[in-house]
Write a protein that binds this ligand. Structure first.
Ligand code: AMP
Length: 225
Protein backbone atom coordinates (compact mmCIF):
# COMPACT_ATOMS: atom_id res chain seq x y z
CA UNK A 1 0.00 0.00 0.00
CA UNK A 2 1.25 3.51 -0.82
CA UNK A 3 0.06 6.05 1.71
CA UNK A 4 0.58 9.69 2.64
CA UNK A 5 -0.09 10.94 6.15
CA UNK A 6 -1.00 14.61 6.06
CA UNK A 7 -1.61 17.17 8.79
CA UNK A 8 -0.11 20.14 10.64
CA UNK A 9 3.18 19.92 12.56
CA UNK A 10 2.60 18.27 15.93
CA UNK A 11 -0.59 16.48 14.87
CA UNK A 12 0.99 13.10 15.70
CA UNK A 13 1.80 12.05 12.12
CA UNK A 14 5.13 10.57 13.20
CA UNK A 15 3.56 8.51 15.99
CA UNK A 16 0.66 7.19 13.88
CA UNK A 17 2.93 6.31 10.99
CA UNK A 18 5.28 4.39 13.32
CA UNK A 19 2.26 2.33 14.54
CA UNK A 20 1.03 1.83 10.96
CA UNK A 21 4.53 0.76 9.93
CA UNK A 22 4.41 -2.07 12.51
CA UNK A 23 0.76 -3.06 11.97
CA UNK A 24 0.72 -2.94 8.17
CA UNK A 25 4.34 -4.00 7.60
CA UNK A 26 5.10 -0.96 5.47
CA UNK A 27 8.09 1.36 5.36
CA UNK A 28 7.84 4.76 7.04
CA UNK A 29 9.46 7.53 5.01
CA UNK A 30 9.76 10.65 7.17
CA UNK A 31 11.58 13.49 5.42
CA UNK A 32 11.88 15.38 8.73
CA UNK A 33 13.58 12.37 10.41
CA UNK A 34 15.89 11.91 7.41
CA UNK A 35 16.97 15.57 7.45
CA UNK A 36 17.47 15.63 11.24
CA UNK A 37 19.67 12.50 11.04
CA UNK A 38 21.75 14.05 8.24
CA UNK A 39 22.17 17.28 10.23
CA UNK A 40 23.38 15.27 13.24
CA UNK A 41 25.88 13.42 11.02
CA UNK A 42 26.92 16.74 9.45
CA UNK A 43 26.86 15.06 6.04
CA UNK A 44 26.91 17.17 2.88
CA UNK A 45 23.09 16.99 2.73
CA UNK A 46 22.87 17.77 6.46
CA UNK A 47 24.97 20.93 6.05
CA UNK A 48 22.79 22.03 3.12
CA UNK A 49 19.49 21.71 5.02
CA UNK A 50 20.52 22.67 8.56
CA UNK A 51 19.62 26.37 8.44
CA UNK A 52 16.14 25.66 7.01
CA UNK A 53 15.35 23.22 9.82
CA UNK A 54 16.67 25.58 12.49
CA UNK A 55 14.36 28.37 11.30
CA UNK A 56 11.33 26.12 10.72
CA UNK A 57 11.45 26.90 6.98
CA UNK A 58 10.94 24.44 4.14
CA UNK A 59 13.95 22.83 2.46
CA UNK A 60 13.94 23.65 -1.30
CA UNK A 61 11.81 21.29 -3.39
CA UNK A 62 14.63 19.97 -5.58
CA UNK A 63 16.63 18.78 -2.55
CA UNK A 64 13.60 17.08 -0.92
CA UNK A 65 12.41 15.45 -4.14
CA UNK A 66 15.87 13.97 -4.84
CA UNK A 67 15.93 12.39 -1.37
CA UNK A 68 12.37 11.02 -1.59
CA UNK A 69 12.82 9.69 -5.14
CA UNK A 70 15.81 7.58 -4.06
CA UNK A 71 13.83 5.96 -1.22
CA UNK A 72 10.63 5.43 -3.20
CA UNK A 73 12.69 3.70 -5.91
CA UNK A 74 13.81 1.17 -3.27
CA UNK A 75 10.50 0.72 -1.41
CA UNK A 76 8.19 1.03 -4.39
CA UNK A 77 5.03 -0.73 -3.19
CA UNK A 78 4.73 -0.42 0.55
CA UNK A 79 5.30 2.87 2.25
CA UNK A 80 3.79 5.69 4.24
CA UNK A 81 5.09 9.18 3.52
CA UNK A 82 5.24 11.38 6.61
CA UNK A 83 6.04 15.06 6.00
CA UNK A 84 6.00 14.81 2.21
CA UNK A 85 4.59 16.38 0.05
CA UNK A 86 4.65 19.79 1.68
CA UNK A 87 4.33 22.05 -1.38
CA UNK A 88 2.12 21.85 -4.46
CA UNK A 89 5.30 21.32 -6.53
CA UNK A 90 6.27 18.28 -4.45
CA UNK A 91 2.70 16.92 -4.68
CA UNK A 92 2.61 17.36 -8.43
CA UNK A 93 5.95 15.56 -8.82
CA UNK A 94 4.81 12.70 -6.54
CA UNK A 95 1.47 11.89 -8.16
CA UNK A 96 3.06 11.99 -11.60
CA UNK A 97 5.86 9.70 -10.42
CA UNK A 98 3.89 6.99 -8.58
CA UNK A 99 0.27 6.00 -7.83
CA UNK A 100 -0.82 6.84 -4.27
CA UNK A 101 -3.60 4.67 -2.77
CA UNK A 102 -4.81 6.92 0.04
CA UNK A 103 -4.12 10.08 2.02
CA UNK A 104 -4.67 10.01 5.75
CA UNK A 105 -5.64 13.53 6.81
CA UNK A 106 -5.18 14.35 10.50
CA UNK A 107 -7.39 17.14 11.92
CA UNK A 108 -6.53 18.97 15.15
CA UNK A 109 -7.12 22.48 16.58
CA UNK A 110 -4.09 24.86 16.69
CA UNK A 111 -4.43 25.39 20.46
CA UNK A 112 -3.96 21.65 21.03
CA UNK A 113 -1.04 21.52 18.59
CA UNK A 114 0.89 24.18 20.46
CA UNK A 115 0.29 22.47 23.82
CA UNK A 116 1.24 19.08 22.42
CA UNK A 117 4.34 20.24 20.57
CA UNK A 118 5.75 21.98 23.62
CA UNK A 119 5.42 18.71 25.58
CA UNK A 120 7.01 16.53 22.93
CA UNK A 121 10.28 14.75 23.74
CA UNK A 122 12.17 12.61 21.22
CA UNK A 123 15.00 10.12 21.41
CA UNK A 124 18.44 11.67 20.89
CA UNK A 125 19.60 8.57 18.96
CA UNK A 126 19.28 9.39 15.24
CA UNK A 127 18.58 5.71 14.45
CA UNK A 128 15.65 5.44 16.88
CA UNK A 129 12.15 6.86 16.39
CA UNK A 130 11.25 6.95 20.12
CA UNK A 131 8.63 9.69 20.64
CA UNK A 132 7.03 10.78 23.96
CA UNK A 133 4.90 13.58 25.41
CA UNK A 134 4.89 15.07 28.90
CA UNK A 135 1.66 17.13 28.41
CA UNK A 136 -1.69 15.79 29.61
CA UNK A 137 -4.74 17.18 27.75
CA UNK A 138 -8.44 16.72 28.61
CA UNK A 139 -10.66 19.45 27.12
CA UNK A 140 -13.45 20.13 24.62
CA UNK A 141 -13.03 22.55 21.68
CA UNK A 142 -15.88 23.12 19.17
CA UNK A 143 -17.53 19.88 20.30
CA UNK A 144 -14.37 17.77 19.88
CA UNK A 145 -13.33 16.13 23.16
CA UNK A 146 -9.56 15.89 23.33
CA UNK A 147 -8.39 13.22 25.72
CA UNK A 148 -4.65 12.98 25.21
CA UNK A 149 -2.82 11.52 28.18
CA UNK A 150 0.90 12.08 28.44
CA UNK A 151 3.10 9.43 26.90
CA UNK A 152 5.92 9.04 29.39
CA UNK A 153 8.96 6.76 29.20
CA UNK A 154 9.29 4.07 31.91
CA UNK A 155 12.45 5.75 33.22
CA UNK A 156 12.67 9.50 33.57
CA UNK A 157 13.74 11.08 30.25
CA UNK A 158 15.28 7.83 28.94
CA UNK A 159 14.04 6.17 25.73
CA UNK A 160 12.22 2.84 26.35
CA UNK A 161 13.35 1.52 22.97
CA UNK A 162 17.11 2.12 23.07
CA UNK A 163 18.03 3.66 26.43
CA UNK A 164 19.28 6.96 24.98
CA UNK A 165 18.50 10.35 26.50
CA UNK A 166 15.26 12.13 25.52
CA UNK A 167 15.48 15.69 24.26
CA UNK A 168 13.24 18.50 23.01
CA UNK A 169 13.66 19.11 19.28
CA UNK A 170 15.20 22.51 18.53
CA UNK A 171 12.27 23.35 16.26
CA UNK A 172 9.71 22.46 18.97
CA UNK A 173 10.47 25.75 20.77
CA UNK A 174 7.35 28.05 20.80
CA UNK A 175 8.69 30.77 18.44
CA UNK A 176 9.74 28.14 15.87
CA UNK A 177 6.43 26.26 16.30
CA UNK A 178 4.55 29.46 15.40
CA UNK A 179 6.71 29.82 12.26
CA UNK A 180 6.12 26.15 11.33
CA UNK A 181 2.35 26.62 11.67
CA UNK A 182 2.50 29.74 9.49
CA UNK A 183 4.46 27.80 6.84
CA UNK A 184 1.90 24.96 7.08
CA UNK A 185 -1.09 27.23 6.42
CA UNK A 186 0.65 29.18 3.65
CA UNK A 187 2.48 26.43 1.76
CA UNK A 188 1.29 23.01 2.85
CA UNK A 189 -2.49 23.44 3.28
CA UNK A 190 -2.86 24.16 -0.49
CA UNK A 191 -1.39 20.69 -1.11
CA UNK A 192 -4.58 19.20 0.36
CA UNK A 193 -6.81 21.21 -2.03
CA UNK A 194 -4.56 20.22 -4.94
CA UNK A 195 -4.70 16.50 -4.11
CA UNK A 196 -8.49 16.62 -3.56
CA UNK A 197 -8.93 18.28 -6.95
CA UNK A 198 -6.82 15.51 -8.50
CA UNK A 199 -9.32 13.01 -7.07
CA UNK A 200 -7.06 11.22 -4.58
CA UNK A 201 -8.76 9.14 -1.87
CA UNK A 202 -8.84 10.84 1.58
CA UNK A 203 -9.37 9.23 4.99
CA UNK A 204 -10.06 11.91 7.65
CA UNK A 205 -9.40 11.50 11.37
CA UNK A 206 -9.64 13.81 14.41
CA UNK A 207 -6.50 13.39 16.51
CA UNK A 208 -8.37 13.61 19.81
CA UNK A 209 -7.51 10.29 21.45
CA UNK A 210 -4.52 8.10 22.24
CA UNK A 211 -2.40 7.20 19.18
CA UNK A 212 -3.22 3.48 19.31
CA UNK A 213 -6.98 4.26 18.93
CA UNK A 214 -6.32 6.68 16.09
CA UNK A 215 -4.14 4.08 14.33
CA UNK A 216 -6.92 1.45 14.72
CA UNK A 217 -9.47 3.87 13.24
CA UNK A 218 -7.13 4.61 10.31
CA UNK A 219 -6.65 0.89 9.58
CA UNK A 220 -10.38 0.22 9.77
CA UNK A 221 -11.18 3.14 7.43
CA UNK A 222 -8.48 1.99 4.99
CA UNK A 223 -9.87 -1.54 4.92
CA UNK A 224 -13.45 -0.28 4.35
CA UNK A 225 -12.35 1.41 1.19
P1 AMP B 1 8.93 17.54 10.33
O1 AMP B 1 9.61 16.67 11.32
O2 AMP B 1 8.16 16.76 9.30
O3 AMP B 1 8.10 18.62 10.98
O4 AMP B 1 10.09 18.28 9.49
C1 AMP B 1 11.05 19.08 10.13
C2 AMP B 1 11.66 20.08 9.14
O5 AMP B 1 12.28 19.38 8.04
C3 AMP B 1 10.67 21.03 8.48
O6 AMP B 1 10.35 22.14 9.32
C4 AMP B 1 11.45 21.42 7.22
O7 AMP B 1 12.49 22.32 7.52
C5 AMP B 1 12.11 20.10 6.83
N1 AMP B 1 11.23 19.29 5.94
C6 AMP B 1 10.71 18.06 6.21
N2 AMP B 1 9.97 17.61 5.18
C7 AMP B 1 10.01 18.58 4.23
C8 AMP B 1 9.43 18.71 2.94
N3 AMP B 1 8.63 17.76 2.41
N4 AMP B 1 9.68 19.85 2.25
C9 AMP B 1 10.49 20.83 2.75
N5 AMP B 1 11.05 20.77 3.96
C10 AMP B 1 10.83 19.65 4.71
Amino acid sequence: MRLIIFGPPGSGKGTYSSILKEKLGIEKISTGDIFRAEVKKQSELGKKVESYLKQGLLVPDEIVIEVVKKIIDEKKDNFILDGFPRTVNQAEWLINYIKIDAIIKINVHDEILIEKISGRRVCSNPNCDGNYNITDIDKVIDGIHYKLPSLLPKNDMICDKCGSKLIQRDDDRPEIVRERLKVYYQQTKPVEEYLRKKGLYFVEIWANREPKFIAEEIISKLSNR
